[in-house]
Design a protein around this ligand. Sequence first.
Ligand SMILES: [Zn+2]
Length: 216
Amino acid sequence: MTIHHHPPEELLTAFAAGLLDLGQHVAIATHLVGCARCRDAVRAMEHVGGAVLAGLLPTAMSGGALASVEAGLDRLVAATTSPPRRAAGLADVPGLPQFVREYPAGPWRWIAPKVHLRPIQLPEASSTRVFLLKSRSGTKMIEHTHTGFEMSCVLSGSFVHAGGHFGPGDFDLGEGDDDHEIMIDSQDDCICLIAMQGDLKLNGMIGRLLQPLIRM
Ligand SMILES: [Zn+2]
């Protein structure tokens, strides 16, 4: 698996500092499981962060700061080393990291022609929703924008977005007013783990007609 698209450095830094909410954390951890380059970057940031904290400790240090960093480290370790227990629900999803397979998930449900969504239930409340999105080969996702951000981790299959090609292990970040025109170009279904905040707004006439039917 060759990975071409990685999360921006700010997101990796926020992950290392334990600043992401759980839904965002799950998306970045999903990428890290398959990407040695980003894992190394996060470890280096944690090392630097730890050294900075150690220097600050004798003076002013907020009570929660160190605990927050430690929680981030714990969650990274949990994400990458959890024992191989299989939950029935997500065991059949190719490319999904083991730690995500352990979360309860709803059934696949239709959200648009050739597109199905499967919600993932996180163990704690999070303002970021996490779900799987499965799109059939040849699907052109309706052009849309977001009121928040959308992180996509490709698990299987591939798509083209903004001139870039995204395959298994790749990470795509959509924010705010970016127009999303996505074309599934793999022969097989393309399945992504998505972490999304805010709502999705479909553009164009077909989008406006479909909008009331789409419940993400
Ligand atoms: Zn990476």
